[in-house]
Design a protein around this ligand. Structure first.
Ligand SMILES: Nc1ncnc2c1ncn2[C@@H]1O[C@H](COP(=O)(O)OP(=O)(O)OP(=O)(O)O)[C@@H](O)[C@H]1O
Ligand SMILES: [Mg+2]
Length: 287
C-alpha cells in the first residue's frame, strides 16, 4: 500500500491584474507521506500561503489562473467544486492560521465554533459537540474547558486561543494539517508550546503536517523533510539533516544564516545586491 498522502505536481498559479500578470507559483512539486512532518520555508511573498490556499480550494477569484495537479489520497483537487471542498476542509484537511485570535470568529463563542467544526464531521447534537470539545480541550491541558467554551475569542489569552485553534483543527482527526506560520504572532515560549502541542496531537492520530514558515529555527525544531521556496520556485528539497548539514542551494545557505542569533544579528536575505536565486538550478538531495 502506498504511503503517499499529497502529491503536488507542476503547480502553477498566476493572478491577472490590471497592470499585467503576476506569476506566483512556477511549476512547484511537493510530496507528503502519511504522518510526515514537512516544512515549506521561504521569505515573505514567496508563495507559501497561496500554496495552502490552493490545497484547500480557497482561491476562487475570477483572476486566478492555475495549472498542474494537487492529488490528495488519489483524488485530484485542483478543479474540485466548492461543495466537495467543504466536505474535505476541517475533516480530511485542516488549517491553522498565523494569528489565533484572528483565526477565530470574534462574534461567536468558542462552543459555537466547535459546533460548526463538529457538524462538518457528521450530525451531532449541541450537547455531544460540547462534551466532545471539552474532552479534547482537557487533553491539551485546559483545566476549565467549560469556561473556555462559553468565552468569546477576545476573552482568551494568546496561548489559550492557540490551544483552542489547534484542538479545533485536530478534532476530526484530519489526514493533513496545514499550519501557516502558527507561531509568528506569539512570543517564543508560546510558539514552542504550540509546536510541541501540534507535534503531540499529530503523532497520536498519524496526521501529516505541512508547516509553512520563514523561520529555519522553527523548521529545525519540527520538520523531517524540507522544501525551500524562493519567488514561487522550489529551489531545494531534502531531509532536515541534509538541508541543515549540507545546504545545496545558495538561497538555503542565506536562510540558514538568517536564523536569529543570540546577539541579535540577522543577515538580510533579499536585497538589491542579492543574486536572483530563482535562476540557480534546484538542488535535490539524494533520497
Ligand atoms: N488574492 C491575491 N491576489 C493577488 N495577488 C496575491 C493574492 N494572494 C497573494 N498574492 C500575491 O502572491 C504572492 C505570494 O503570496 P503569499 O501570501 O503566498 O506569500 P507568503 O509566502 O505566504 O508570504 P508571508 O511569509 O508574508 O506570509 C505575493 O506577491 C502576494 O502579493
Ligand atoms: Mg503567508
Amino acid at each position: 500500500m502506498s504511503n503517499k498522502l499529497l502529491s503536488i505536481k507542476n503547480l502553477e498559479l498566476s493572478f491577472k491584474m490590471y497592470e499585467g500578470t503576476l506569476n506566483v507559483l512556477k511549476k512547484i512539486n511537493l510530496d507528503l507521506e502519511k504522518g510526515e512532518k514537512v516544512a515549506l520555508v521561504g521569505e515573505s511573498g514567496s508563495g507559501k500561503s497561496v500554496t495552502t490556499k490552493l490545497i484547500l480550494g480557497l482561491l476562487n477569484q475570477k483572476n486566478v489562473f492555475k495549472n498542474g495537479n494537487i492529488i490528495f489520497k488519489d483524488r485530484e483537487l485542483i478543479n474540485l467544486s466548492q461543495r466537495e471542498f467543504k466536505k474535505i476542509r476541517g475533516n480530511n484537511i485542516s488549517i491553522i492560521f498565523q494569528d489565533p485570535i484572528a483565526a477565530l470568529n470574534p462574534v461567536f463563542k468558542i462552543k459555537e465554533q466547535f459546533f460548526e467544526v463538529n457538524c462538518n464531521g457528521g450530525k451531532i447534537s449541541k450537547k455531544d459537540s460540547f462534551d466532545k470539545a471539552c474532552e479534547a480541550l482537557l487533553k491539551v491541558s485546559i483545566r476549565d474547558p467549560e469556561r473556555v467554551m462559553e468565552s468569546y475569542p477576545f476573552q482568551l489569552s494568546g496561548g489559550m486561543a492557540q490551544r483552542v485553534v489547534i484542538t479545533m483543527a485536530m478534532i476530526n482527526n484530519p489526514d493533513l494539517l496545514l499550519a501557516d506560520e502558527p507561531s509568528t504572532a506569539l512570543d517564543v515560549t508560546v510558539q514552542n508550546q504550540a509546536l510541541d502541542l501540534m507535534d503531540d496531537l499529530t503523532k497520536v492520530t498519524n496526521t501529516a503536517v505541512l508547516l509553512i514558515t520563514h523561520n529555519m529555527g522553527v523548521v529545525r525544531r519540527f520538520a523531517e523533510k524540507v522544501y525551500v521556496i524562493y519567488r514561487g520556485v522550489i529551489v531545494e528539497e531534502g531531509t532536515k539533516s541534509q538541508v541543515f548539514k549540507n545546504p545545496g542551494h545558495p538561497y538555503t545557505e542565506a536562510l540558514l544564516q538568517s536564523i536569529p542569533k543570540l546577539n541579535g544579528n540577522r543577515i538580510p536575505i533579499h536585497n538589491d545586491n542579492a543574486p536572483d536565486y530563482a535562476e540557480i538550478p534546484k538542488f535535490t538531495h539524494p533520497k
